[in-house]
Design a binder for this molecule. Structure first.
Ligand code: FUL
Length: 479
C-alpha cells in the first residue's frame, strides 16, 4: 500500500517536472480574443429574422407612422421558424424586436407603439417571448436587435428618448434571456414621423445614445453577450450587406467608431490593438423585410454556399436573414434553399482525407507542440514552431491517392492571429504541382477555407510563408 502511494506521488512529480522542463508555449501576440468572443466565433452560422410593421406595409424603412393595427399575422408560428433554421444549420437567431419605425414586438411599457395595440392575439401577444421560448425548446441561441434610431418617437434626438431607449434595452435584456448577442444598428437619424413633427433630425451616433450605459444594461443580465454596433462593440460589421468578408481578414482592428473607414471593417488591420471579429449580415432575399415581389428572387443554393465560403471561410461569422412572410411563416422557397444549402455544405466538408495521414513538419517547437496535433480533432492542441521560425512547411502523406477540392485551416487564436500568407502544393506519384485556389491564401485566423478544382494527390503540403510570429496551427483538414 505504502509502496503504491509513493509510486503514484513519484509519477506525479515526474509529470510536473516534465511539464516545466519542456519547451514553453509561444508568447501571445496581442490583441487576443476574450473567451466569450471565442465561443461566439465557434457558432459560425446563425440567423436574423426581420419581421414587424414593415412586413405588412411592404416597406424596408417604415417612416414611423403606419398604424400598430396593421400588424396582423394570421398564422404565425415561431416553432416553424426555429425548426427551419435548425435544419439550415443555424446555431441561433437574432430578432428585430424594434426596427427604425419604432414599433415594438413586445408589450413594452416604454411606448404605446407596440404589439399590444395590434390585433395580434387580441392585444395579448409578445413575439419576443414566443421566439425566445421556441429557441429554448429547440436548443437555439437567442439574440435581439433593437434599433437606436426611432422614427416614431416624438422626442427622438432629445435627451428624453435616450431614457426610453435604455428602458427598452432594460426590458429586453431582463425578460427574454439569456441573450448571445445584442444589436445596436448603425443606421441613424434622418427624416421621420417623430410624433407628428414630420421632419429631419440628426444626432451624433458615437455620443447621443450613451452607449456606455446601454452596454452596461445589456451585460448586467447577459454577461457573455456580444455587442454589435456602437463604440463598445465586441463584434464588428463587415462593411457591406453582400455576404462577403475580406479575403485577407484580421480580427485585429484599431478602436472603431462611426468614422472608421469601411475597409477596416472588411479586412481588419494587422497592427490593430483590439480583437473585434467580423459578422457578415446578409439577407436571403434582396430586402431585409418580406416583399411578395421578391418571391422569385430568393438566393439559390449556389449563392448561399458562396456566402458561406466568403464568410465562415474568411474568418467571419455568417448572419443569414430570413424575412418572415405576411402569414407569419418562413416562405417555402427560403426554407427549401436554406436547408439544401446546409445539406450541401455538410456534404462538401464531411470527409476529411487527412484524418489518418502521416504528418511531418520542417520545424517543431518540441514537447506538446507536434505537427500531428493539427489532425487530432482537438481545438486545444496545436502545432507550433520555434520563436525564430515565423514560417514553416507541413506535409501530409496518404496511403492511397485521394481527390480533394477544399482545405480548411485554423489557428490557435487564443495566442493571437498570426499567419499572413501560405500556399498549397500537391503530389501524385512523385510529381509535385502547385494547387491554384479560387480563394486567396493570405490570413487564416479562427477559420479559413480555400476552394479549388478537384485534384488527385497522395501528398499535400502547406507552406506558411509569412507570419507575425511562430506558427500556432490547431487544425488542418482537406475534403
Ligand atoms: C441596417 C438596417 O438599416 C436594415 O434595415 C437592416 O436592419 C440591416 C440588418 O441593418 O443598418
Amino acid at each position: 500500500m505504502y509502496f503504491c502511494v509513493m509510486k503514484k506521488i513519484l509519477s506525479i512529480i515526474i509529470a510536473v517536472l516534465a511539464l516545466f522542463s519542456c519547451t514553453k508555449a509561444p508568447k501571445p501576440l496581442y490583441p487576443l480574443p476574450s473567451d466569450d468572443q471565442l465561443e461566439w466565433q465557434k457558432l459560425e452560422t446563425y440567423a436574423f429574422i426581420h419581421f414587424g410593421l414593415n412586413t405588412f406595409n411592404d416597406l424596408e424603412w417604415g417612416y414611423g407612422d403606419t398604424p400598430a393595427s396593421s400588424f396582423k399575422p394570421e398564422d404565425l408560428d415561431c416553432e416553424q421558424w426555429v425548426k427551419t433554421l435548425k435544419n439550415s444549420g443555424m446555431k441561433g437567431v437574432i430578432l428585430t424586436a424594434k426596427h427604425h419605425d419604432g414599433f415594438c414586438l413586445w408589450p413594452t411599457k416604454s411606448t404605446d407603439y407596440n404589439i399590444s395595440n395590434s390585433p395580434y392575439r387580441n392585444g395579448k401577444g409578445d413575439l419576443v417571448k414566443e421566439l425566445s421560448d421556441a429557441c429554448r425548446k429547440y436548443g437555439l441561441k437567442f439574440g435581439i436587435y433593437c434599433s437606436p434610431w426611432d422614427r416614431h418617437h416624438a422626442r427622438y434626438a432629445y435627451p428624453e428618448y435616450v431614457n426610453t431607449y435604455h428602458q427598452q434595452i432594460q426590458e429586453l435584456t431582463s425578460n427574454y434571456g439569456p441573450l448571445f448577442e445584442f444589436w445596436f444598428d448603425g443606421a441613424n437619424g434622418g427624416d421621420g414621423y417623430y410624433g407628428g413633427a414630420n421632419e429631419k433630425r440628426s444626432i451624433d451616433p458615437d455620443n447621443y445614445y450613451d452607449y456606455q450605459r446601454a452596454k452596461d444594461i445589456v451585460l448586467a443580465k447577459n454577461p457573455t453577450a456580444m455587442i454589435f454596433g456602437g463604440p463598445y462593440q465586441t463584434v464588428r460589421w463587415v462593411g457591406n450587406e453582400k455576404g462577403v468578408a475580406g479575403a485577407t481578414n484580421w480580427c485585429n482592428v484599431p478602436k472603431i467608431s462611426s468614422k472608421t473607414p469601411l475597409s477596416i471593417n472588411m479586412y481588419g488591420y494587422e497592427n490593430g490593438s483590439e480583437w473585434i471579429p467580423v459578422e457578415v449580415d446578409v439577407s436571403i432575399r434582396p430586402g431585409w423585410f418580406y416583399h411578395l415581389n421578391e418571391d422569385k428572387i430568393v438566393k439559390n443554393v449556389d449563392e448561399l454556399c458562396d456566402i458561406y465560403y466568403n464568410s465562415v471561410g474568411h474568418n467571419a461569422n455568417m448572419l443569414l436573414n430570413f424575412p418572415v412572410a405576411l402569414n407569419g411563416k418562413i416562405h417555402p422557397t427560403d426554407s427549401t434553399n436554406a436547408i439544401e444549402f446546409y445539406r450541401r455544405i455538410c456534404n462538401e466538408l464531411s470527409n476529411n482525407v487527412l484524418a489518418n495521414a502521416n504528418v511531418q513538419a520542417d520545424n517543431e517547437r518540441g514537447c506538446r507542440f507536434k505537427a500531428s496535433n493539427v489532425i487530432d480533432g482537438n481545438d486545444e492542441t496545436y502545432w507550433a514552431t520555434d520563436d525564430d521560425y515565423p514560417y514553416g512547411t507541413i506535409s501530409f502523406s496518404m496511403d492511397k491517392p485521394v481527390t480533394i477540392s477544399r482545405v480548411m485551416l485554423q489557428e490557435y487564436v487564443k495566442l493571437g492571429q498570426r499567419v499572413k500568407s501560405f500556399y498549397l502544393e500537391g503530389c501524385k506519384d512523385g510529381n509535385w504541382f502547385r494547387i491554384n485556389t479560387y480563394d486567396e491564401t493570405t490570413t487564416v485566423g479562427y477559420k479559413r477555407i480555400v476552394r479549388f478544382n478537384p485534384v488527385e494527390v497522395d501528398k499535400l503540403v502547406i507552406n506558411f510563408e509569412e507570419s507575425r510570429g511562430p506558427l500556432c496551427i490547431s487544425n488542418i483538414a482537406a475534403y
